[in-house]
Write a protein that binds this ligand. Structure first.
Ligand SMILES: [Zn+2]
Length: 695
């Protein structure tokens, strides 16, 4: 036993050494490749070593190094993104909008310092601000800016970014500030594949950094530029910002070479990195103009330039205002955005119970109109923005239609009412309308109480609107009044209003009551398709209802029968219906509250059966009760849809796939797998000639 234990320990030591050696080797290869574009070994050999390291780490997870190169590929494990305090100041910048203002600030600052100063100018990358903490040269933690004091730990995600060094050239301890961004080319390519496209690369970057699974982050080719460093040992800290930047570069960080140093006489006795510009103050204007001109060709987005005092000791003397460092200023480019303050965040409950947070902002003029309410979509969106009440934000009008919060410009100093320390507003846990505990379903939050007053109001407003049942004289205000006075509780009540009781209420003279009654009565004649789509059942909008009817499901009983039998195949067979839609429709129509609403409306006399279409010259009953699948090409029916139409006109149903419920396969020439499937299921196969004969 003892002997066995020693062997085991030895092998553990061996494996530890192996892991360490492999990690070093692979890290060097990665570094050479991603930083310098050099490939030192073949892909095959690289993959072999990488797989070996993964295998060893898999058996000995406790031996995996913090800077293991395997962190680059991310993980499928969920991480919580806990809140972490910053140990360095992470403030936002004071802003200037003209060159004159920048020069004025430089002069004022030099006067305050009481000596000649040099200034640096760098691009202000329009990305996501991050703080990287290194201990003894190893990346220990990556934290979002948050409110400047507390941010979220996103280490696993940031480790997947190739240009973030996992280990530095020297074992120093420091905190580094940088900006993570997504190159425009990658953004354009990736955004095409998104369900909901992002407005700009920054928002996609912010969303990616906050992914729960780092494997998903690893798939997005983000980059970083670092621009500030704070060494733990103050002896390590250089004297000048330019020197610091060169040092960061030397340690293995990616710094932006579009860097300018400006002094009174244009002279500077320190080494410069390749690509840097040196000049006298009189050259500053030209440098800024050139920077603006280069904007279109950079391949990444910038929203301004940052001017900083180069002398770090002066920075310490100047200090901070509480909002901003006094030693740097952002020269902001003009943009079609407005700057405003979030005065509050309202929570709206939609007719489906979906909760939508809406920012109430101090009215701001953007592109000729005044914006005072901006939708925030859901909690994820708020998290991406790291937004809270009191924050100063940039608001844009995307496509000149819907106003959107682009980003937080400055965090509020006051803790918001939800007490979120990270400075991110949270959707309340209870419905503001009915007090029910809210549920997160997918990306959104819902109130699931079917009796919720706000939902009922939303539902009735939708039902009566012009695009649906088009009930005249029953607008939102009237609905609200009728709800308040107890005349309306749910949709069916619209047809049971006691007008004698209503007459005489403020604003409800005889004439008004008559108009309202006429509007309500007129809506009784609306066809089944309108009635069904007006109920506001999720995934049963106008288009879905149209598809159902086209497929022959033209009365509510037929639809209920499908739902009750759990015949999902029947609905999935409908072109345009995905699995998700079908599941949603099945689940919604199984709900007792929806069944009851429909039962009552039916009792009232609304139409729940579509009028049959004219069948033309065809014998109407010829295909009734049959389920046809049509495949291949035909001589008399081209395009193929003509044959499908014929089946439908004859009372049959058409499906796109052969399933157990299919009764006939109409097989043209060039049929493939469907024929085999039909044969295996013993489905009647009909040729074009036979079909014509049947007609
Ligand atoms: Zn509610």
């Amino acid at each position: 036993m003892k002997y066995g234990k020693i062997v085991c320990m030895n092998s553990k030591i061996d494996q530890k050494q192996q892991i360490s050696a492999l990690s070093d080797k692979l890290r060097n290869y990665q570094d050479a490749y991603y930083r310098k574009g050099r490939q030192k070994i073949s892909d095959l050999e690289y993959d072999r070593l990488f797989d070996e390291l993964l295998r060893l780490e898999d058996i000995n997870p406790e031996l995996r190094l913090q800077d293991s190169p395997t962190h680059r590929v991310g993980s499928d494990l969920s991480s919580e993104l806990p809140e972490v305090s910053h140990t360095i100041p992470v403030l936002s910048l004071d802003k200037a909008y003209t060159l004159e203002a920048v020069v004025g600030w430089m002069q004022k600052t030099a006067v305050k310092a009481g000596r000649d100063l040099s200034f640096t100018v760098e691009e202000k990358i329009d990305g996501v601000s991050i703080v990287l903490y290194y201990k003894q040269g190893v990346l220990e933690r990556a934290v979002t800016r948050g409110n400047g004091y507390v941010g979220n730990d996103v280490t696993a995600n940031v480790r997947t970014i190739r240009s973030v060094p996992l280990r530095l050239k020297r074992p120093v301890s420091l905190a580094v500030r940088g900006e993570i961004y997504l190159p425009i080319e990658a953004f354009t390519r990736l955004n095409k594949k998104m369900d909901v496209p992002y407005a700009n690369p920054r928002n996609l970057t912010a969303g990616t950094i906050r992914r729960i699974k780092s494997r998903e982050t690893a798939a997005i080719p983000m980059e970083i530029f670092v621009y500030e460093g704070f060494f733990e040992n103050s002896n390590d800290q250089p004297e000048m910002h330019s020197e610091l930047t060169a040092l960061l570069d030397d340690l293995g960080f990616r710094t932006n070479s579009r860097f300018g140093i400006f002094t009174r006489d244009g002279k500077f006795n320190q080494p410069l990195l390749p690509g840097w510009t040196l000049g006298s103050f009189s050259r500053l204007g030209t440098f800024i103009e050139k920077s603006i001109a280069a904007r279109e060709t950079l391949g990444y987005e910038i929203d301004g330039l940052v001017v900083k005092v180069n002398e770090l000791d002066v920075r310490e003397e100047l200090g901070y205002t509480g909002h901003h460092p006094r030693w740097e200023v952002a020269y902001k480019f003009e943009s079609p955005e407005g700057e405003t303050v979030v005065e509050g965040i309202d929570v709206q409950v939609g007719r489906t119970g979906r909760i939508t947070p809406v920012a109430r902002v101090k009215p701001v003029k953007i592109g000729g109109s005044v914006v005072s309410n901006v939708t925030l979509h859901n909690q994820d969106y708020i998290n991406i923005l790291e937004l809270s009440v009191g924050d100063t934000v940039a608001v844009s009008k995307r496509g000149d239609v819907i106003p959107a919060v682009e980003r937080v410009l400055e965090k509020s100093e006051v803790e918001n009412e939800t007490g979120a320390v990270s400075g991110i507003w949270k959707i309340p846990s209870e419905c503001p309308s009915c007090g029910t505990v809210l549920e997160k379903i997918g990306a959104h939050t819902f109130c699931t109480n079917p009796e919720c007053p706000d939902q009922l109001f939303g539902r009735m407003q939708f039902f009566t609107a012009k695009a649906q049942m088009d009930i005249e004289n029953l607008g939102p205000e009237t609905i609200q009044f009728l709800m308040r006075e107890g005349f309306l509780k749910d949709i069916p009540d619209i047809y049971r209003i006691d007008y004698r009781k209503l007459a005489g209420n403020p604003g409800f003279g005889e004439k008004k009551c008559e108009l309202l009654q006429n509007g309500v009565e007129k809506s009784r004649k609306k066809p089944f398709s309108s009635v069904l789509a007006s109920l506001g059942i999720p995934d049963l909008g106008k288009k879905s209802v149209e598809l159902l009817l086209d497929d022959g499901i033209d009365d509510i009983d037929a639809l209920f029968a499908i739902v009750d039998q759990g015949d999902t195949d029947r609905l999935i067979g409908i072109k345009g219906f995905g699995t998700k839609t079908v599941e949603s429709i099945m689940s919604e129509l199984s709900k007792p509250v929806i069944r009851e609403r429909i039962r009552l409306l039916r009792e009232i006399g609304l139409l729940f059966r579509q009028e049959k279409r004219a069948l033309g010259d065809l014998p109407a009953q010829v295909f009734i009760g049959q389920v046809w699948c049509v495949t291949g090409s035909f001589i008399h029916f081209s395009p193929r849809s003509k044959a499908m139409e014929t089946v439908k006109l004859g009372g049959g149903r058409v499906v796109t796939a052969v399933t157990g419920s299919t009764t006939h396969l109409l097989a043209g020439s060039g049929v493939g797998s469907k024929l085999k499937k039909a044969e295996s299921l013993d489905i009647r196969i009909v040729t074009e000639d036979e079909f014509l004969e049947m007609l």
